[in-house]
Design a protein around this ligand. Structure first.
Ligand code: SF4
Ligand code: SF4
Length: 336
């Protein structure tokens, strides 16, 4: 007899679908085999599955009727509660009922509920600005517990909504989380205070950034394309953003900062409304407002001015150039 599979149902709510697109960039020659190896069976995904219409509703009926087990309800995209709490800004096609209502019913019978992406976790881009659609996350409104399911929601397996936050999510954040859930290896202690899996959220984007030498000396980029650190002028929040983008890497080699873009902390609640242009660092009296996590402001200011005064010429020159203009000096490096 074959081992039971970990059966999941994936729904797409209000979002761009980018997390599903990102998932297809998983570093594997055989996506189906990667799921199967972890014992995961995708009962249905809106864009990856052939079934639609009546077939899907029959499947959902079986789940809600208790004839079929649902190991994980996976939701991508924010949930729309408007207008006026009716949820009717987003109906699930063919049902005439709000998608948010289907999500609530399915979450009530699922063993685990997983939010894929910052929209499903916290509201994200879909909740930006005036949020006319009253978009929210499954269990959060930005950083405030609540959301569609409520702060006290706990799925059948004993966990709150597992928030695989990111905009979009790295494919491995999703696949590793689902595989760990399938293996019964995620407990509450595996989740950080925002219910993000610690395997990726206990890191900072700053860890492993190729611009770290520039950061150390506060040798900063001044325009797009410069090699220097992006924190002082170009809006980088890598020292505060919880994610392993510069150690896990994307597509095996990239990250936002390696591509020349500031980290906009897309794994954090409320990142979509920073209150300043994404590519500019807000400052008071010339000092960036968003200082590194775990560092007292006075220390940062003192260290920054000290390191600026000690910046090697090579680092200073290269920081504002779009290619290496001054290589490291060649010296005898024999051990003495
Ligand atoms: S560019 Fe951002 S992530 Fe990279 S060293 Fe500077 S602050 Fe850290
Ligand atoms: S580097 Fe920052 S903005 Fe880019 S994907 Fe990672 S957390 Fe998101």
């Amino acid at each position: 007899m074959s081992a039971p599979t970990f059966d999941l149902l994936w729904l797409q709510a209000a979002g761009c679908g980018g997390c599903s697109m990102s998932l297809l960039n998983a570093d594997t020659p055989d996506f189906d085999a990667r799921l199967a190896t972890a014992g995961i069976r995708m009962l249905w995904h809106p864009t990856l599955s052939l079934e639609s219409g009546a077939d899907v509703l029959a499947l959902v009926d079986e789940i809600l009727g208790g004839q079929r087990r649902l190991d994980a309800l996976v939701v991508e995209g924010a949930l729309l509660r408007g207008p006026q709490g009716s949820g009717r800004f987003q109906l699930w096609a063919g049902t005439g009922r709000p998608l948010a209502e289907w999500v609530q019913r399915l979450a009530g019978v699922a063993h685990h509920v997983v939010a894929v992406g910052s929209c499903a976790a916290f509201g994200g881009m879909s909740a930006t600005g005036a949020n006319a659609t009253d978009a929210c996350g499954l269990q959060y409104d930005d950083e405030r517990p609540g959301g569609l399911l409520g702060a006290g929601f706990v799925a059948g397996g004993g966990l709150p909504v597992v928030n695989v936050a990111g905009c979009p999510t790295h494919p491995d954040w999703v696949l590793d989380t689902l595989a760990a859930l399938a293996a019964g290896e995620i407990a509450r202690a595996s989740l950080d205070p925002l219910a993000r899996p610690r395997h990726y959220a206990d890191h900072l984007v700053h860890h492993g950034c190729k611009r770290n030498e520039y950061y150390e000396y506060k040798a900063s980029a001044e325009k797009p394309g410069d090699l220097g650190c992006l924190m002082e002028h170009m809006g980088c929040k890598g020292t505060q953003a919880h994610a392993d983008c510069n150690t896990r890497l994307w597509n095996g080699e990239g990250s936002c900062t390696r591509g020349g873009y500031a980290c906009i902390s897309c794994t954090e609640p409320g990142f979509q409304n920073p209150g300043h242009p994404f590519h500019r660092t807000p400052k008071i009296a010339g000092i960036p407002i968003g200082l590194p996590t775990d560092m007292p402001k006075a220390w940062f200011v003192a260290l920054a001015s000290l390191s600026k005064s000690a910046t090697p010429r090579r680092v200073k020159h290269n920081a504002t150039a779009d290619h290496l203009v001054e290589p490291p000096v060649v010296r005898r490096t024999r051990l003495k």
